[in-house]
Design a protein around this ligand. Structure first.
Ligand code: NAG
Ligand code: NAG
Ligand code: NAG
Ligand code: NAG
Length: 472
């Protein structure tokens, strides 16, 4: 969604600057160490190693205690079953420290939980502050379910694309993949998928934390009924990011053609200057159909698009995040043929306008999925279960890394300012959850999983057949 070159050059400058800064820091710390040893300075010697997460505030000394819940648990949504699939590569071998160290080579940061307290170590600069927002999310999880997270040691990669390629790891036990947490995966990856930063807001794009934005989207659904919406397919976004998006531009309406698509480009730099006046997501539930197209990998926009009660037209996605694998064509969304986008979009819109009742139902089902099954309670439950299952696989007792710093919500709030701080304050968990985490569904049997995949394929095939026959 951004101009990469400019970012790269600014990252380079930042890295250069960081090296100078780190050298100064190293000297300071050395001096502080001496001071601490000689007793002339009280302060923690680690305060300034990672200024993005540290300040003069110290985290509470006591380890959190498990709460007493008011209500008992219910079952988790079906998509939690993917947790079992994502962790399957380590089911037999478990996860050793050596494997985590291997994953660390490509990771941006590490999080270690020991006795309910959280330690952070940064390895590489990330785009914007994805790493810190993700860390923020984990800290909120600990506030929501205090004292309940087991000891943990995990490394996280924050880029766009999946990292651990299946082809690099064979079937033999010697080549178990390194366990790496990441925001998305695809058919040929082993990345362990984890909810992305956008659930706690995306300040750089003025996209608010999910629980607030979700309510706005709900409200805007009540404002304009489906039948009163524009009978076209809408898309708005950064058009230059990725091949599929550039290709989609060809489907825009013009004097010569009308594929029923209404497509708008968005330049975030310009938006920023104009105060994000035309990018408000809650003001975009105006069309009966909304197109979803991937950028460089998965896009955080999928939940916003699904949330509108409009029929989501998904251009055949190649990447998944933690919940999207459970979405079904003609149930939650309408599949669009990526090889013939314009024709496929035109058919979808014609079909939906003709079969308005069915189309509305698809729109509603997709929207309901997002508003109900992606509530923040479930996001925390998902994280809770994923991390708990992951910790069961650890073959060693996590210890605090030498260079890690202890972090808590307070240190992440006092080390930032402006809109970032505002978003953190707004998404902060102040109260312990009133109910237990939902109950994890068991893993699929191989046959059931295959059945689910077949069903998904069959439903897509059905649409392709209708499309080929132009049978509306
Ligand atoms: C999965 O993603 C990686 C990294 O982007 C890419 O190299 C690979 O081709 C993708 N695999 C599939 C099946 O799309
Ligand atoms: C698509 O067409 C509409 C109507 O002509 C125009 O306003 C819009 O800017 C076009 N979108 C793009 C990305 O060029
Ligand atoms: C948190 O708990 C307090 C009292 O225990 C209550 O007044 C407040 O509304 C709660 N806040 C939220 C966000 O649930
Ligand atoms: C998928 O379609 C095939 C062929 O039509 C059929 O034999 C199979 O039972 C279907 N599978 C599912 C899960 O619907």
């Amino acid at each position: 969604m951004f101009t990469r070159q400019r970012i790269t050059s600014s990252i380079k400058t930042t890295i250069g600057f960081c090296i100078i800064l780190l050298s100064i820091l190293a000297l300071t710390i050395q001096w502080m160490n001496i001071s601490v040893e000689t007793g002339s300075l009280e302060k923690s010697n680690k305060v300034n190693i990672f200024p993005e997460v540290s300040c003069s505030i110290k985290c509470p000394r006591v380890s959190p205690r498990k709460p007493k819940f008011m209500s008992s648990s219910e079952s988790c949504p079906e998509y939690f079953r993917w947790i079992h699939e994502d962790l399957r590569p380590w089911k037999e071998t478990g996860i050793t420290r050596k494997m985590v160290e291997k994953a660390r080579e490509v990771a941006h940061f590490r999080v270690v939980v020991v006795n309910g307290r959280v330690y952070f170590e940064k390895y590489k600069a990330t785009f914007q502050k994805r790493d810190i927002v993700t860390l923020w999310g984990i800290l909120q999880l600990l506030s929501f379910y205090p004292g309940m997270l087991p000891d943990l040691d995990l490394v996280f990669e924050c880029g766009d694309q999946p990292v651990t390629q299946r082809s690099d790891y064979g079937k033999s036990k010697e080549s178990v993949p390194p366990p790496l947490f990441h925001y998305c995966g695809n058919r040929s990856s082993f990345d362990i998928v984890f909810p992305d930063w956008s659930f706690w807001g995306w300040p750089e794009l003025s996209i608010r934390p999910w629980d607030k934005l979700e309510k706005d989207l709900q409200h805007s659904n009540e404002m304009i009924k489906w039948t009163e919406r524009e009978p076209y397919a809408y898309w708005k976004g950064n058009a230059v990011l990725g091949e599929a998006r550039r290709d989609l531009m060809k489907c825009n309406v013009s004097g010569k053609q009308d594929w029923n698509a209404r497509i708008y480009g968005l330049q975030w730099a310009l938006e920023r200057k104009q105060g994000y006046k035309t990018s408000d997501l809650a003001a975009q539930c105006t069309h009966r159909y909304k197109i979803y197209v991937e950028g460089l990998a998965w896009s955080v926009s999928q939940k916003y698009i699904l949330a509108c009660d409009s029929v989501a037209l998904l251009i055949n996605p190649h990447y998944y995040d933690f919940y999207t694998r459970s979405l079904l064509p003609t149930v939650h969304y309408w599949p669009i043929n990526e090889k013939d986008k314009c024709k496929s979009i035109k058919f979808a819109v014609d079909w939906g306008n003709k079969n308005a009742k069915k189309a509305q139902e698809i729109g509603k089902t997709g929207s309901k999925f997002v508003h109900e099954e992606l509530q923040m309670k479930y996001i925390y439950d998902y994280m809770f279960h994923l991390l708990t299952e992951y910790s069961k696989l650890l073959k060693y007792k996590p210890t605090i890394p030498k260079d890690a710093v202890e972090v808590c919500s307070d240190t992440l709030i006092c080390s930032t300012k402006g809109i970032r701080k505002k978003f953190r304050v707004h998404s902060r968990i102040n109260n312990v959850s009133s109910s237990e985490p939902c109950t994890m569904p068991p893993s699929w049997s191989p046959a059931d999983l295959q059945n689910f995949i077949d069903r998904k394929q069959n439903l897509t095939k059905q649409v392709e057949l209708w499309e080929a026959a132009q049978s509306i």
